[in-house]
Design a binder for this molecule. Sequence first.
Ligand code: AGP
Length: 372
Amino acid sequence: AAAEKGGYATFMEKEIHDQPHAVADTLLGRTDADGRLVLDEMSISEEQLKAVDRITIVACGTAAYAGMVAKYAIEHWTRIPVEVALAHEFRYCDPIVNERTLVVSISQSGETMDTLMAVKHARELGAITVSVCNTHGSTIPRESDAVLYTHAGPEIAVASTKAFLAQITACYVLGLYLAQLRGGSYADDAQSVMKELGGVPAKIEALLGQMGRVKEIAKFMADTRSVLFLGRHVGYPIAMEGALKLKELAYIHAEGFAAGELKHGPIALIEPGQPVFVVVPSPTSEHGLHGKVVSNIQEIRARGARTLVIAEEGDEAVVPFADEVIRVPATSPLLAPLLTVVPLQVFALWLSTAKGLDVDQPRNLAKSVTVE
Ligand code: AGP
């Protein structure tokens, strides 16, 4: 078993370290020599894909957060409206779906019953269905019109890590492919984004090499009873994913919020000593989002929060308001989730370990949820 874990103590730790490969392998073979996207496996006609006027992503848990991240990117690149539905809600909300709707399911296992039922329902309604899946030959891809496999390799730990990064990557590939196919204003950018994505695995690798301080923070925080996570734009689903990891692995009350929601309620939770992770948008983000989140950090710090700030290398604006700064390599804003989630995974792993819990098999959870 030690060999299966690649020398790490747990599958989760190994799988966190597999992430550079998960992203690189998911990109592999999806561009031609000129860097243009080619999706040979996309067994849906170009005409059908060009006619798509709405995308609905269906997934559960971490896969749904990958979908939420993807929504920002796919809408930006394709200008097709994208909705993200929790798969178990989708069937019961009288969804607006027809033959021009592309329903993208995201599932690591390919066996999640809620997601499978959503896909079947979408097909009944006439939608075109694409499965983003990590498990060859599993049920959801078989029930879909086409499949875009993530190549994360087998994920054994119940808490999903490398599959999440691979799911975001595959959804980006899909979004860029659609942009290229439809020839909108971002069609020409597809190649340059793919190029930048190609550089992300090395950045994840570098980031993994500097997680020592996060491990220490996690150990100090073994007695913490509640942790909040804030993020904005693509950082918002990352905040929720960070909270989910902590709930699952360390059984700690954790909530992820959109930073802009703070003053609409959650700021009332801030009391002296409350730990808050903040996923800071890249300083190059549009619409001054970076400055807005820095103000949020200032506001919660003034009320006594202990601020654990995830910020890009070179972002000095956060320093005066941060109790801890966790650095991530610089990227375009849309690619940042592939990096900012890593310290949150590492934090949950080591906090769970510090509490003496079973990292790979958290209580009450199953790796794949095959019942509704
Ligand atoms: C994540 O850590 C989970 N354990 C869980 O939320 C998972 O992502 C969800 O159940 C979906 O699973 P799937 O990707 O296999 O469909």
